[in-house]
Design a protein. Structure first.
Length: 483
């Protein structure tokens, strides 16, 4: 059962090959057996999952038939879940139980999805390796001595290891696409504003966006259909009609114009990854696509501007964790200042503290214009690059990451080298456009991802291209050995 995709599960449940309860119980047993080595879950919600599965079976018995009815999923542990710990991978929220469900959680459960638990992540989504979690590093099922990517590393590892067919993630600078690439999965970052951020703990509010991680584009379409849509509770949510993501999957690719930005193939890219990416381009050409060389001239400024904007927004967002209102409080504070200082110093990990300090500095009087404002101006230039590129092409294609999954601990003493791993993904967040990563082969047994970017609100186009590609290649069907 654990090898089935969401779409296959939907068919099997409809054909009564097994019940949602049977499926849920079998996956819960598998999680119990397999996850201790991987560490992909922070909290397994066994009782709630069985109750939800029983409810899904009852709904089906009374005539309902939604595609996600009874489908097992997991949530990145930054989506608030009522009465269940939502830790954000941090000690400071280790004791936090949200009083409400995030809109994404609510929508998926209304569709009948069964949540098996909360998935590990980099602390406050800050990281590309899932090593900054208070709950320990997550392992990559393709090589247990390597990282699964981050910050949605628990979501990626759990889906790659067939503990779950799909999971939610969030992407501020690549956190859905990069772990998907490093674990042979398909991960979609929707347009900024497409998926509600209500109840998704904020890291960098002008960049954060929730989205799905699954094995196939078809499954991402199923998930997105339930997750996306206008939410009056999120002021950045966009009131625009949803596409029929499933119907769009089958559109032929003849005439599709693909842009290959020269900046995505420059120095810093592993040559073998470049070859795998070009092999994917050849497959897409066979399906009728045409290819054009393009340029995104301001891409070189993306990392520096992101690493000003994201920490600046984080320093503001994370000021609410003060030891007073909720979360961790230090023992025996001598006065209020001591309470703030020690609760935050003891509650946050190194990477989060580093970013709060960088962000606070960037926003401080006298430096705002020099850093934050300048970074915002660069951001506009990056956006304009995409707008002009999309006048000539329908999608932009390149590698998702410059390197393969690295060894656990390898970049711990060099945060900048980890920041550089986001080079190809960050621009989509700065511009707000959607992006997808899809499996495109292996190098020395490690997965390679190809990234596709599209104009605003064209998630259906991305899912369509990835789906058509997945019908002619087999990469996404490969499972890590032993799983
Ligand atoms: N959250 C993300 O999208 C990951 C990115 N590597 C960051 O640390 O900001």
């Amino acid at each position: 059962m654990h090898q089935l995709t969401l779409a296959e599960i939907a068919r099997a449940l409809a054909a009564k090959q097994f019940s949602a309860e049977e499926l849920t119980r079998s996956l819960l047993t598998r999680i119990q057996q397999v996850d201790p080595q991987l560490n992909s879950f922070i909290t397994v919600t066994e009782e709630q999952a069985i109750a939800q599965a029983k409810a899904a079976d009852a709904r089906r018995a009374s005539g309902e038939s939604g595609t996600l009815l009874g489908a097992p999923i997991g949530h990145k542990d930054l989506f608030c879940t009522q009465g269940i710990r939502t830790s954000c991978g941090s000690k400071i929220l280790d004791n936090f139980q949200a009083p409400y469900d995030a809109t994404v959680v609510e929508r998926l459960s209304a569709a009948g999805a069964v949540s098996l638990g909360k998935l590990n992540m980099d602390e406050f989504a800050m990281g590309s390796a899932n090593e900054s979690s208070y709950y320990g590093a997550v392992k990559n099922p393709w090589d247990m001595s390597r990282v699964p990517g981050g910050s949605s590393g628990g979501s990626a590892a759990a889906v790659a290891a067939r503990l779950l067919p799909a999971a939610t993630g969030s992407d501020t600078g690549g956190s859905i696409r990069q772990p998907a690439a490093l674990t042979n999965l398909t991960g979609l970052k929707p347009t900024y504003g497409r998926v509600s951020r209500w109840g998704m703990i904020a890291y960098a509010s002008s960049l954060d966006q929730g989205g799905p991680i699954a094995r196939t584009a078809e499954d991402c379409a199923l998930m997105l259909g339930a997750m996306a849509g206008f939410d009056p509770k999120d002021s950045t949510s966009v009131d625009q009609p949803l596409d029929d993501y499933l119907a769009a999957l089958e559109k032929p690719l003849s005439g599709l114009r693909i842009g290959l930005p020269k900046e995505y193939f420059g120095s810093g890219l592993d040559a073998k990854i470049a070859d795998a990416v070009m092999a994917a381009v050849e497959e897409l050409k066979k399906l009728g696509a045409t290819v054009k060389d393009i340029s995104l001239p301001n891409m070189q400024h993306a990392i520096p501007s992101y690493y000003v904007i994201a920490p600046a927004e984080a320093s503001s967002n994370l000021s609410r964790f003060d030891g007073v209102r909720f979360g961790y409080r230090c023992e025996n504070p001598v006065d209020l200042t001591d309470l703030y200082k020690r609760s935050r110093a003891e509650g946050f990990g190194d990477e989060v503290r580093r970013r709060i300090m960088v962000g606070t500095y960037a926003l401080s009087a006298g430096y705002y214009d020099a850093y934050y404002l300048k970074a915002q101006k660069i951001r506009r230039l990056i956006k304009n690059d995409f707008v002009s590129a999309f006048e000539e092409v329908d999608v932009i294609l390149g590698p998702t990451t410059p390197n393969l999954a690295w060894k656990l601990g390898e970049k711990n003493n060099d945060p900048v080298s980890a920041y550089l791993e986001d080079i190809y993904t960050i621009t989509a967040n700065l511009a707000g456009i959607p992006g997808i990563s899809m499996p495109a082969g292996f190098i020395d047994g490690l997965p390679v991802g190809v990234q596709l970017l599209a104009p605003y609100f064209q998630e259906s186009r991305l899912l369509n291209v990835a789906h058509k590609y997945q019908q002619v290649i087999e990469w996404h069907k490969q499972a890590p050995s032993g799983f």
